[in-house]
Design a protein around this ligand. Structure first.
Ligand code: NAD
Ligand code: UDP
Length: 345
């Protein structure tokens, strides 16, 4: 059943926007809510669509008072029609944390595939440009230290991460084909691990786990031997990259078209033991580490090659991990004060 929204900003300000109306699917989540705020600061009208599966109203509480912001509770797996013009669509709707996307793997797959298709149909209807938040997970457990966009990956089709990884890979195919078959103007960002304010303390990803554990005086949980690596990008760098990709028209000679995937991430690579040490150091704690089994198919290494993003967008991250952890830790400290009975996993 199609959900039809005849909303507008008229209820709020007596006027319906005819341009720069940006739809952010997944706008109540970590990245989505930060993106909504930045879009509003840039003067756009913003509609946030979210089913609140992992997103939180507290992330958009302040934005709700903004005259150019609308929130619609909607699941993208259901088709959507909007009567107002839409110029740009960001698809950020999908749980990103492994323990969250593994709660209902079939739903995760549907969100990635059917949800993406519904948004692509909307983009086609509206003549809107649409950006897909793809992921470094399309490379799976990579067999090379640095992953470039032309690497095809090493992904298990039948494992606990497959619903997410394969869902995201299928979504890239849909974006590619909507561009080829229907001329929809698409962008595909392959996002590498990103952290920062507005992450849910219960999210389950490594940065939020370590910081919440350190602030609560609990041992830091290392999965496996802690020697696996990730490359961590601070939120504001990622939002800059996503907006740059959305708003770039042309590529320099020798580059694949702008509609083809672009890696966005911070190439600084850390083991989980190094990350734990940084968190303990910044928070001034000497908490023990506790070792747990490595989840199945957990990638051993991950580092983006961002030469394409540099060449095409003139983008590269500015925030080193230590510096980005400072506002992140302050944010989690405030969150834990807001919910004092919070118990880390
Ligand atoms: P998040 O879980 O905080 O946000 C996802 C948002 O999507 C939530 O608000 C959730 O309620 C909403 N959502 C989920 N399923 C939906 C559905 N069917 N319909 C409508 N809304 C739905 O995650 P995040 O870290 O903000 O990630 C945002 C996007 O970026 C995701 O698509 C994720 O796959 C991608 N990504 C994130 C990272 C990262 O490190 N943060 C890395 C790679 C890719
Ligand atoms: N991890 C960990 N302790 C935690 C949570 C995660 O050691 O409390 C590890 C996890 O096994 C993985 C890495 O940290 O190797 C990054 O995990 P995350 O869930 O943040 O992201 P992803 O695996 O999707 O990159």
């Amino acid at each position: 059943m199609t959900t039809r929204f005849d909303f507008g900003f008229k209820d709020k300000i007596g006027w319906v926007p005819s341009r720069d109306h940006v739809l952010v699917a997944g706008g109540a989540g970590f990245l989505g809510s930060n993106l909504c705020r930045r879009l509003l600061e840039g003067g756009a009208y913003v509609t946030c669509l979210d089913n609140l599966e992992t997103g939180r109203m507290s992330n958009i509480e302040r934005l709700l008072r903004h005259p150019r912001f609308m929130f619609m509770q909607h699941d993208i797996v259901k088709p959507i029609r909007i009567s107002q013009p839409v110029t740009q669509i960001y698809n950020l709707a999908c749980p990103a944390s492994p323990p969250k996307y593994q709660i209902d793997p079939i739903k995760t797959f549907a969100t990635n595939v059917e949800g993406a298709m519904n948004l692509l149909n909307l983009a086609r209807d509206k003549g809107a440009r649409i950006l897909q938040s793809s992921t470094s997970e399309v490379y799976g457990d990579p067999d090379r230290p640095e992953q470039r966009e032309d690497y095809r990956g090493n992904v298990n089709t039948v494992g606990p991460r497959s619903c997410y990884d394969e869902g995201k890979r299928a979504a890239e195919t849909l974006f590619y084909e909507y561009n080829h078959q229907y001329g929809v103007d698409v962008r595909i960002a392959r996002i590498f691990n990103t952290y920062g304010p507005n992450m849910d303390p219960d999210d389950g990803r490594v940065v939020s786990n370590f910081v919440v554990q350190a602030l609560s005086g609990k041992p830091l949980t290392i999965y496996g031997d802690g020697l696996q690596t990730r490359s961590f990008c601070y939120m504001s760098d990622m939002i800059d990259g996503l907006m740059a990709l959305m708003n770039t028209e042309d590529v320099p000679e020798g580059q694949a078209p702008i509609t083809m995937p672009v890696n966005l991430g911070n190439p600084g690579e850390f083991t989980m033991l190094e990350l734990a040490e940084l968190v303990r150091d910044i928070t001034g704690t000497h908490l023990p580490l506790t070792f747990r089994p490595l989840p199945k198919d957990d990638p051993l290494q991950r580092r983006p090659d961002i030469s394409r993003a540099k060449a095409v967008l003139g983008w590269e991250p500015k925030m080193p991990l230590r510096q980005g952890l400072l506002p992140t830790i302050s944010y989690f400290r405030r969150e834990l004060q807001r919910m004092p009975q919070h118990e880390p996993e």
